[in-house]
Design a protein around this ligand. Structure first.
Ligand SMILES: Nc1nc2c(ncn2[C@@H]2O[C@H](COP(=O)(O)OP(=O)(O)OP(=O)(O)O)[C@@H](O)[C@H]2O)c(=O)[nH]1
Ligand SMILES: [Mg+2]
Length: 316
């Protein structure tokens, strides 16, 4: 089955001279027929030389950032199935068969190697672990899904996902976006437990905890606004309305007791808050309807993609 289908291994790289050759060789020995692509992003070290010597197809991307690189890979590389993995040697190459199996057998559209699965024994830095847990919790509760590792960099995709999922991220928020957009488009996601190992001595992380943490946080909220507007605007609206009811109820009470409104500023505050809240709720409702219609359009496009694929399969 493996030989009939073209598999592409995608490795985004930025200054990974210490590890890249090992990663390329490991994947080559696991999947000898796969094409291994290393996209270098202005590395100032020997990443390109090392990757080429190890037998990878090396291309360069000038726009800095993991997201920019993944987007270029998705656009430029043709294959039936895709595996994406980091160049830092922290993900186990020997699990690639399990990672790719569900997409090849048609059980899944995207497979994520989960570093936080109950069956994984990952070697996380403490701060990274806390960040990952926080984002998983946030996403699972806001989007009502159950994913154990939204930020995993070890994934497999079908051609359909790679060619039709519209991703916009430029940096490390790419994984969040991939997970959420796949969920929103009803793609089937399967998680396979993997163990994350540590970067070797002397190889530097490209993640900036604060900067990239804020970026991922923003991405989650931007996607909530775009895909679940009623949840986002409705919750904010409800908060304003409840806040406005506090002085409101006191004022009504006062009016009933005395027959006059003694604290006009409080009345204005209450009315202002309740009106703003109502406005937010209605904004949410309007956007919800628009989002729904676009979802329908998306489904129809997916249907058309399926038909086109069938026609092109037929032609071959
Ligand atoms: N092409 C390209 N690759 C990048 C860039 N930033 C990071 N990467 C690659 O993306 C992968 C993940 O980056 P890492 O620094 O390992 O991030 P991480 O896995 O979240 O964190 P650590 O493993 O703890 O360092 C590695 O292969 C990096 O080389 C970039 O700007 N351009
Ligand atoms: Mg890493």
């Amino acid at each position: 089955m493996y030989t009939m289908n073209k598999i592409a291994i995608l490795i985004p790289c930025f200054n990974e001279e210490k590890t890249i050759a090992g990663v390329v060789k490991d994947f080559k020995s696991q999947l000898p027929d796969a094409d291994i692509y290393v996209y270098d992003n202005n590395s100032s070290d020997n990443t390109v030389k090392e990757a080429m010597a190890a037998g990878a197809i090396v291309r360069r991307e000038s726009r800095q950032g993991k997201g920019n690189v993944i987007r270029s890979m998705f656009r430029q590389i043709d294959a039936d199935f895709y595996v994406m993995v980091d160049g830092d040697g922290t993900y186990p190459a020997d699990r690639v068969h399990e990672i790719i199996k569900p997409v090849i057998s048609g059980e899944a559209d995207m497979v994520c190697g989960s570093r936080l699965h109950t069956q994984s024994a990952s070697n996380f830095k403490r701060l990274n672990l806390a960040g990952n847990r926080l984002f998983n919790f946030l996403l699972n509760s806001l989007f009502k899904v159950r994913i154990t590792d939204i930020l995993s960099g070890y994934r497999a995709f079908t051609r359909e996902v790679v060619k039709s999922l519209p991703v916009l991220s430029r940096g490390f928020e790419i994984e969040t976006e991939l997970t959420l957009k796949a969920i929103e488009r009803n793609y089937r996601i399967v998680e396979i437990p993997v163990n994350l190992s540590e970067r070797p001595e002397g190889s530097a992380s490209k993640i900036h905890i604060v900067r990239d943490g804020i970026l991922i946080f923003n991405t989650i909220f931007a996607l909530l606004r775009d895909y679940k507007p009623f949840t986002a605007f409705g919750a904010a609206g409800l908060f304003f309305i409840l806040l406005g009811l506090v002085p409101g109820i006191v004022m009504i009470h006062e009016f009933l007791a005395t027959g006059t409104l003694l604290h006009i500023p409080s009345v204005i505050l209450s009315v202002g808050l309740v009106l703003s809240g109502t406005l937010l709720v209605f904004t949410g409702l309007t956007l919800h309807t628009i989002a729904r219609r676009f979802q329908e359009l998306d489904r129809r496009l997916q249907g058309m993609y399926d038909v086109l694929m069938r026609i092109s399969d037929h032609d071959h």
